[in-house]
Design a protein around this ligand. Structure first.
Ligand code: KG4
Ligand code: ZN
Length: 338
């Protein structure tokens, strides 16, 4: 079976060809450079970029995979959650292609994609995925959630952010310090330059109650804002120290919540997805807590961690085989919750 994946939920235009769980191509064209001056994604600019680039990204994905258009069996497209105008571009393209080629179109949740992305390319896990019980963590610009999962279709939310997503907090913190967008990579880089002793004790929310698996990052973001506002000297020199302190607080909260989730679910496997897992400090902290607990932790490669169509094709192919169906009435679901 050959599946075309299409992802346009935010600022990445991506098309991918996947066959029987194997990624043959995964083309990603990002409009991130157009948003950086605004310190965040401008929905109108993102939608227009998708319209401009989706055809060429699709052509490149086909070319790189060596697959001919007529050989595609299924079009799997992100139907939500995401920016409405952006989702609509991908969905319209997917439906047009499906109609022209007389093949099925399937709407797939972006979150299912992120949850399953860590399995891609790990054949030993893919083979037993149907019967696998595991804990998933999604850390992105729009989501920070922990799930108790079974196979490729059952995901129970056991914890989630009550306000900002962690990636969003990184982005806003970077905006305050005028570090550019996206904030995650620049804050990580600035933090890596810091080797001093002084640390700001930024708030780590929702740690009081032992069984609380939810997150809250708005207090952390606001604390940084106030700290920055009250500084007489917001010179370049303090950016590494503030970045380091901010990242430390965010990472520690996530690590503690994952540890709690493991205690609750008794999972022996954690799979992590979403753009924020590109952060090496977070990755190391998570590996640290699982290594001495006899728990295996798996991550996607960087190109599969951020938004990409391979995860949508991978997920779509699997759930289509299990009977999931959409049709040409498929609509965008901007607020889809799982
Ligand atoms: O998964 P993703 O590409 O898109 C969404 O679904 O949101 O994640 C984007 C988010 C942004 O907030 C970005 O700042 C964050 O991932 N990010 C990082 C890093 N690289 C990307 N956050 C922390 N450290 C990083 N190295
Ligand atoms: Zn995403």
């Amino acid at each position: 079976m050959i599946t075309l994946g299409i992802e346009t939920s935010c600022d990445e235009t991506s098309c991918s060809i996947v066959s029987e769980g194997r990624v043959l191509s995964n083309e990603i064209s990002s409009s991130v450079h157009l948003h950086s001056v605004y310190g965040g994604v401008v929905p109108e600019i993102a939608s227009r970029y998708h319209v401009d680039y989706i055809s060429s990204v699709y052509r490149k994905a086909l070319e790189k995979s060596g697959v001919k258009q007529e050989e595609i069996d299924l079009v799997s497209v992100t139907s939500g959650p995401g920016l409405p105008g952006s989702l609509i571009v991908g969905i319209s393209f997917a439906k047009s292609l499906a109609a022209a080629l007389d093949i099925p179109v399937l709407g797939v949740s972006h979150l299912t994609g992120h949850i399953l992305s860590g399995f891609i390319g790990k054949q030993s896990f893919v083979e037993k995925l149907d019967s696998l019980k595991y804990t998933a963590l999604v850390v992105s610009g729009g989501h920070t959630s922990i799930y108790s999962c079974e196979g490729d279709s059952f995901f129970e939310v056991v914890g989630q952010t009550v306000d900002d997503a962690v990636g969003e907090a990184f982005d806003k913190a970077a905006k305050v310090m005028e570090l550019g967008y996206p904030g995650g990579p620049v804050i990580e880089k600035k933090a890596s330059l810091y080797d001093g002793d002084k640390i700001i004790e930024f708030p780590k929310a929702k740690l009081d109650r032992k069984y609380d698996l939810d997150f809250s990052f708005s207090g952390l973001k606001t604390a940084l804002l106030y700290y920055w506002r009250d500084q007489a000297d917001v010179s370049k020199e303090i950016k590494p120290m503030v970045s380091y302190s901010f990242q430390k607080a965010a990472v520690e909260v996530i690590a503690i919540k994952v540890l709690r989730a493991l205690e609750k679910t008794s999972s022996e496997l954690v799979v992590v997805g979403g753009g924020v897992i590109k952060n090496k400090v977070l990755k190391a902290a998570l590996e640290n807590i699982t290594s001495d607990k006899n728990v295996k932790m798996i991550f996607p490669t960087d190109d599969l961690a951020g938004d990409n169509a391979a995860m949508i094709a991978f997920a779509g192919e699997r759930i289509y085989k299990k009977g999931a169906r959409s049709d040409l009435h498929l609509k965008a679901s901007p607020s889809l919750i799982r």
